[in-house]
Write a protein that binds this ligand. Structure first.
Ligand code: PMP
Length: 417
């Protein structure tokens, strides 16, 4: 009998039968509070009835209508609906299936549009696992181990990760921008640099929000040198951070926005948004793919956007996010074994450190395991996998947050005593 590749290690032993809202039900009938949301995907909750109905209806009408061959209604509707929520001026869209493909599409566009070879990414970045996306990923050597040579032309500048440096936010930001200028002087001249790729908050890199001064510094340099600012909203978009887009916390204007995950409630769909003027600079034939903009995925995405709007999920993410981070912070302070608690909206990370301030991977993993045993599903992140992260669906209620905090309080007490 064929088996699943052993490389795909599961973070929990759960075999899911079905999902409903914030809960997953396993094949033995046990209920789990899902604070992973399929890694930030099922924002409308598992199997939201409106998303299910839209997908079911579309399956009976048209499953696949390859979008460079024929156009279909769900894609047109989705394009229209996205224009209501995208930053103004980003009125041209291209669709693919996964986050990594969106990253690659933006990479191709940036190089073709500017005629420049180099890309600057920031330490702790995660942009995916295809070879080019992995080349832009600096949140852990595990993501590119054994696949070198990676794509050339990638340069890494510091991210203002104040806790990691042991500095305040201002010092970390000044350092990061100074090092970026040094990078321009020593490795990639601005005129050779096509784009910055930046997450508004490092995701896989440990749940580290950027800040307005840093992003303003990038914008200034982008404007001065004709460099594109590509904002990867794959994990932070669609209300996840308590604003519709993560970058709205920092009041910065992106040239390109990357979307996936929360866009279609679990159907594989991703995309990039840019101005029509910029998008027109992509070379014919170089963008596209068989499955991009799948009709069922697009119908599910339209329903997802409706649910986000009609159920005020962005506001809910902001309110429940405040409740969650306050609760997690209080638990961390009580334990004394938590180095830092960070996040935006319903992206909350707890960084475990030893008494002498070193990353404590063992305790983070013990906490994740203990939580799963008590019916709370969580993931870790960060270069050392010592950050336990909470990413519940955006439909989560105050009672469900309390339920998770009760479990988390017991878990942290038990693994740090
Ligand atoms: N960018 C970011 C910010 C992500 O969080 C992820 C996925 N964790 C990706 C890109 C890659 O997406 P995918 O796994 O769909 O290729």
């Amino acid at each position: 009998m064929a088996k699943l590749s052993p490389i795909l290690k599961q973070a929990t032993p759960v075999v899911v039968d079905h999902g409903e809202g914030v809960y997953l039900y396993d094949v033995d009938g046990r209920r789990h509070l899902d604070f992973t949301a399929g890694i930030g995907v099922t924002s409308t909750g598992h199997c939201h009835p409106r998303v299910v109905a839209a997908a079911q209806e579309q399956v009976g009408k048209l499953i696949h209508g390859q979008y460079t061959t024929v156009m279909h209604q769900p894609l047109l509707q989705l394009t229209e609906r996205l224009s209501e929520v995208l930053p103004s001026g980003l009125d041209s869209l291209f669709f693919a299936n996964s986050g990594s493909e969106a990253v690659e599409a933006a990479l191709r566009l940036a190089r073709q549009a500017t005629g420049r070879p180099n890309i600057v990414v920031f330490q702790g970045s995660f942009h995916g696992r295809t070879v080019a996306a992995a080349s832009l990923t600096t949140s852990g050597t595990r993501f590119s181990a054994g696949i070198s040579p990676l794509m050339s032309g990638v340069h890494v500048a510091p991210f203002p990760f104040a806790y990691h440096y042991g500095w305040d936010e201002k010092t970390a930001t000044e350092f990061a921008l100074r090092e970026l200028d040094y990078l321009f002087a020593t490795q990639t001249a601005p005129g050779e640099t096509a784009a910055f790729f930046i997450e508004p908050m490092l995701g896989e890199g440990g749940y580290v929000p950027a800040n307005p001064e840093f992003l303003a510094g990038l914008r200034r340099r982008a404007d001065e040198h004709g460099i594109l600012l590509v904002v990867d909203e794959i994990q932070t978009g669609f209300g996840r951070t308590g604003k519709f887009w993560g970058h709205q916390h920092f009041d910065v204007r992106p040239d390109v926005v990357l979307i996936a995950k929360g866009l279609a409630s679990g159907f594989p769909l991703s995309g990039i948004a840019a101005s029509e003027e910029l998008m027109a600079k992509a070379w014919p034939g170089s963008q596209g793919g068989t499955y991009g903009g799948n009709a069922v995925a697009c119908a599910a995405a339209v329903a997802t956007l409706d649910v986000i709007r009609d159920e005020n999920l962005v506001e809910n993410a902001a309110e429940r996010g405040r409740q969650l981070i306050e609760g997690v912070r209080a638990i961390g302070e009580k334990s004394g074994a938590v180095g830092d608690v960070r996040g935006l909206g319903l992206l909350v990370g707890t960084e475990f450190t030893t008494a002498d301030g070193k990353p404590d991977t063992a305790t983070a993993q013990a906490a994740q395991k203990a939580a799963a045993e008590r019916g709370l599903l969580l993931l870790t992140c960060g270069a050392y996998s010592n950050v336990v992260r909470m990413i519940p669906p955006l439909v989560v209620t105050a009672e469900q947050i309390d339920e998770a905090l009760d479990i988390w309080g017991d878990v942290v007490a038990s693994v740090t005593k």
